[in-house]
Structures are given as C-alpha cells and as structure tokens.
Ligand binder design. Structure first.
Ligand code: BG6
Length: 484
C-alpha cells in the first residue's frame, strides 16, 4: 500500500549512511510500489553538486549495494531525487531548500539528519529560521545522541526547540529488524511463554551481538565512542528492554515506550563499587578474520595509546518483581569469530529426575532467538532418542527458520523505519526519556572505566574476546552459549 506523498530531505546526503542504507532502502520501497508518484527525495550537504551529480551518486550507491537494478525502475527512482547545497554554518542554500519544499506544500515533510550530531542543533535552528520546522514536519535523528547524559540532553534540547516530541523520530535501526519485531510477536501473540517468562523459570538471559568487521573507515568516530556507547547504550539496551518489559497495554508508541522505560529505570547501577565483577572491556589485536590476517585496532587507528574498547561484556540485573536475581549477560564486539546476533533465554533445570544414569544428562530448556543472520527461533527440548536401546535422552531444537518458512527477501531495517516516519508511527523509535535514562545507567560505567588505570584487555582478532569475559559468566557457574 503506498504511503502518502512526502518530501524527504536528507542532510548528509553524500555521506556513508545515506549511500549505504537510506538510498538503497528508499529504492526498495519504491520497487515495492510504496512511494507515490509525487514523492521526492531532496539531498542536502555542503558539497556543490547538481541534481544530476546526486542522481549519479545515488545510482552508484544502489548498484554498489549488491542490487542489480532494472534500468527502468532505477530511472524512475532517480527522477524523484534532487539536490540542494546548504551549510548549517552559512546562510546559503536555505532559501533554495525552502523554495523546493514550497513547490509541494501539501506533502508530508521529513528531515533526516544523517550528519554528525554536533550539527543536529544548528540544522534545526536553520530549519526554524527558514520557517520549515512547523506544521506536521518531522525530524529523524540518528545515533549517537550524545556521548553522555549531559550531551544527550543538550542534543535533545536543541532539537526540541523546533520540533515537539511527537515529531521527533530517534532511530535505533535494531528496532526495525524483522527478528527484533518478532520478539514482540513471540512474547505477546503466544500464551505459551508468558507464564514462564520470569525469574522462577528463567535462569538467565544472554544477548550477543558479534561482528567480524573491525572499525573499517570509521576509526575517527569510533575512537571517540567505543563499544559501550556505539552498541550497548542503544541497540543492546533496546533488545534487553524488549525481552524484559511487561506486556504493554497496546502497541501504541507510548504504551510500548512506557514499558521499556520502566525496565531501564529498574537496571541495577554499575559503577565504582561493582565495575570489576560486572564488566569486561577489550580491544582487538592483530589476528585472523574471515580467513585472512587482520591488523589490530591500534595499528588501524595509528595511535598506540588509545584505550577505546572494541569489546564489552557485562552482567546486568533488573531489580523488579519479574526479574530480580536473573542475570542478563550482554556481550558485543568487533573482530569476533562470526557475525551473529542472538538472544538466549536459558530456563532452569528440572527440579527432579525420574530417569536413571543410563538416560544421559538432562539439559535445561533454552529458547534461542537468532536475530541475524539465519534468522529464526529454536526451542531446545529433551526428547527420547528413538530406537529400541532403552530410555536414552537427547537435547534437540524445535527449529523455525525464517528463510525456510517464508523464503522472502528480508527487508533492511531502514525500509520499515523510514515509512513508519511518514506514517507517523513512533512505536519503533526512542522517546527522549528512554535515551536519557539509558545514558544515566551508562555514564557511571564510563566514569569508572576512565578512572581505572588499567587499559582494556587485549584479545586476538577472530576470538570471542578476552578470557575475562568468559570468567565473568563462569564465576556464576554458567557459560556463554556459542552460536552455531
Ligand atoms: C551501528 C554501529 O549502529 O550498528 C556499528 O555504529 C555497527 O558500529 C552496526 O557495526 C551494526 O549493525 P548491524 O545492523 O550490521 O548489526
């Protein structure tokens, strides 16, 4: 179903995010027939480009994204594109942008800030001065929203001066992933899990987001962020919220966000008193990744003194009625052995065994939600090994693979999220209080690490992080579940 006609203004239109994600995502939605004929995409950046130059850049971005677009479809998409050169630090260009938008005043206006966060405030000021921030116009902001609670508040204030909260869309692209949305379906469209989804039945939860890539061309940004800010403050805490939240009253944006906020507010603080038993940070050294040798982080960065973490493992706890005492082990890192993200709910063991020793060990049930790749859900159960050999038990998965069950192309998260902005649906976007509450949990961890003279622990590229990350879980008599 096509969405209403809109004008999408992409600031930072020549940058990495626009080329890798936004333009290909819009192209795919056009292909699916969801962009109405009059919909336009207006690229903005400081570079002096013509409309034609921008269309060439977009064409390269779409072709370079692994698509082999059909010429007619691509040409139709490119006709939607135009370009305005404007700089948040100068007056030039803003009247031209206003004039372009004035051509179709009835269109929904979306301003996508795919720029450095320092520019969010200045761009919104310019939009305000040009009279473009009013009406139903919406603004989309990308992470990182700040580097700390104070800076996140400053960004939120600056954007909030021109756009009301119901017109601000803070993107966390993990929320647009099919499998992440499926978490809500799994939890709230099945009666089976809810009675078990609590401390009495669940021993612990593991959330792993592993990448094989290093920092690639982003070392400049990454070195000022590190894994805790880059992945945990946003994506991983959002996943934790979706696993742990109470059933919302509805799927309306505020109903869902209220429940996530309660989880964030219930996180047990980590800081000076418990930093060593609760967190491990690591930094990759040279090693092997995907079959070839790779340099270490410090060599890639060209700065041997950096203490930025490229890996973090931590033990979070949620102090509420449902989850008290259940550890949520989180780990994420670059240059790990596989690109794999998954959530594991490990159930408690059976209270008593009626089987004798010849049946073999009885393993506890486990629900594994594979977010990417090979998206699917596995529920591990004990069954009788078939055959006449007596009662021997085996741990096997009930296995639901999205590819096998549906065989469809898995849309990129941005495709869903961009159209949700046009539809005015904020359910999969973060509210200001969520972002700030997440920062208020992250800040003391960052401060404790900064005050600690020990650098991050080294780990060899292509391994599962420093051995201390294994010890973090083994100290509790548990172990990381290796994704297979
Ligand atoms: C981004 C981080 O938000 O998420 C990157 O800044 C990371 O460092 C990326 O690589 C991971 O996203 P995905 O969708 O590839 O899992």
């Amino acid at each position: 179903i096509p969405v209403e006609p809109f004008d999408l203004v992409v600031f930072g239109a020549t940058g990495d995010l626009a080329r890798r994600k936004l333009l290909p995502a819009l192209y795919h939605r056009d292909l699916a027939g969801q962009l109405s004929d009059a919909t336009r995409i207006i690229g903005v950046s400081r570079r002096r480009l013509s409309d034609e130059d921008f269309r060439c850049l977009a064409s390269d971005a779409i072709t370079g994204h692994g698509d082999e677009p059909d010429a007619a479809n691509l040409a139709r998409f490119l006709r939607r594109l135009c370009y305005v050169a404007a700089d948040a630090g100068a007056d030039d260009g803003w009247p031209a942008l206003a004039a372009r938008l004035a051509e179709q005043p009835e269109h929904i206006r979306v301003f996508y800030l795919a720029t450095a966060p320092e520019l969010f405030g200045p761009i919104c000021d310019r939009l305000g001065q040009a009279g473009l921030a009013g009406g139903t116009g919406r603004v989309v902001v990308e992470k990182p929203i700040g580097k700390s609670l104070a800076s996140a508040r400053a960004v939120n204030e600056a954007v909030g001066r021109h756009f009301s909260e119901d017109r601000i869309y803070r993107i966390d692209h993990y929320l647009g992933k099919e499998t992440v949305q499926n978490l809500m379906a799994l939890r709230f469209a099945n009666a089976l899990f809810e009675p078990l989804w609590r401390a009495a039945q669940i021993d612990h939860v593991q959330i792993t987001v592993a990448e094989t890539l290093g920092v690639e061309g982003r070392a400049g940004y990454y070195d000022t962020a590190g894994a805790l800010r880059d992945m945990v403050q946003n994506h991983m805490l959002q996943l934790l919220c979706l696993v742990a939240m109470e059933p919302p009253a509805s799927l309306s944006a505020d109903a869902v966000r209220d429940e996530k906020l309660k989880v964030l507010k219930s996180l047990v603080p980590i800081g000076d008193g418990n930093i060593h038993e609760r967190t491990v940070r690591g930094q990759y050294r040279a090693g092997a990744s995907r079959g070839g040798p790779v340099p270490g982080y410090l060599e890639e960065l060209g700065d041997p003194t950096s203490r930025t973490e490229t890996f973090v493992a931590l033990k979070a706890e949620i102090a509420n009625w449902r989850w008290a005492g259940v550890p949520f082990y989180l780990r994420t890192g670059k240059r790990l052995p596989a690109r794999v993200s998954e959530i594991v709910a490990q159930f408690r063991p059976i209270p008593f065994s009626v089987f004798d020793g010849s049946a073999g060990p009885i393993e506890a049930n486990r629900l594994v939600i594979r977010l990417q790749p090979d998206e699917g859900v596995k529920l591990w159960l004990m069954i009788k090994d078939p055959g006449p050999g007596g009662m021997r038990l085996r741990h096997v998965p009930l296995d639901m693979s999205f590819a096998k069950a549906f065989g469809l192309r898995n849309p990129d998260a941005y495709e869903r999220l961009l159209l949700d902005v046009v539809r005015g649906n904020q359910t999969l976007f973060m509210r200001r209080d969520e972002v700030e509450t997440a920062w208020s949990w992250i800040d003391p961890i960052l401060q404790s690490w900064a005050a600690n003279p020990e650098p991050p622990r080294p780990y060899t590229s292509g391994t599962w992080g420093p051995s201390a990350a294994i010890a973090l879980v083994e100290r509790d008599g548990r172990s990381w579940y290796e994704p297979v």
